[in-house]
Design a protein around this ligand. Structure first.
Ligand code: SF4
Ligand code: SF4
Ligand code: SF4
Length: 208
């Protein structure tokens, strides 16, 4: 089995909330670290004991208790925005790993509860503290996990494209500025050469 196959199989057992509580930027990087043998299997609070047992069985390693320094396992929560107090700053949208929040700049924002993974990453950035995590009153299903994985991958791809576009724009702008600076320098050199020639001509005339 290749490292990538093993990562896929581990990733398939992780809940895909993308909460980063394991200390990684999402479930896939944690799966890669487990596959590489650099991380233990007990750092995923959303997966809890069930998730650890599934990983242990698949990897043929002993079951270990959840590392509670990473958080506690608990029922699924969902984010709710107090829309009356939302100032439309968009910080929560930027923090959401699965694009589960809709809204526009200076407009009220709303969480789409069916898409929310309960990761609570949108809570700390909110400057007016108007996001609450409340019980979802439902269980997180494998379909939810698959959908969250796809949404997270789509978001990562979009952010990568944006970063590449920004880098290209920056490079183009710098190139344009460098071209302008060279043109200005050339123009200054020509002006200076013409002035010198005129000065020499004037000096010759004055010397006659
Ligand atoms: S659900 Fe959270 S803690 Fe578990 S692997 Fe994914 S990002 Fe890490
Ligand atoms: S809305 Fe908040 S809690 Fe829900 S997935 Fe997005 S960031 Fe996580
Ligand atoms: S971070 Fe808070 S104030 Fe800003 S858009 Fe989100 S909910 Fe509204």
């Amino acid at each position: 089995m290749t490292d990538s196959d093993l990562t896929d199989r581990i990733d398939a057992l992780l809940p895909q909330t993308q909460c980063t509580k394991c200390g990684h930027e999402g479930c896939r990087p944690y799966a890669q670290a487990i596959a590489a043998g650099t991380e233990p299997i007990n750092r995923c609070p959303p997966g809890g004991d069930e998730g650890i047992a599934a990983l242990a069985a698949m990897l043929s390693v002993p079951v270990v208790p959840l590392d509670t320094t990473r958080g506690q396992h608990g029922p699924l929560l969902v984010a709710v925005i107090d829309e009356a107090h939302c100032i439309g700053c968009t910080l929560c949208i930027q923090a959401c790993p699965v694009d589960a929040i809709v809204g526009a700049n200076k407009r009220m924002h709303t969480v789409l509860p069916d898409l929310c993974t309960g990761c609570d990453l949108c809570v700390p950035p909110c400057p007016v503290d108007c996001i609450d995590m409340v019980p979802a009153h439902r269980a997180w299903t494998p379909d939810d996990a698959n959908s969250a994985r796809q949404r997270h991958q789509a978001r990562n791809a979009r952010l990568s494209r944006l970063a590449a576009d920004n880098a290209k724009l920056m490079a183009d702008t710098m190139q344009t500025e460098a071209t302008r600076a060279t043109a200005a320098h050339d123009a200054e050199r020509k002006r200076s050469a013409v002035e010198s020639a005129l000065a020499r001509a004037r000096a010759r005339r004055a010397g006659k």
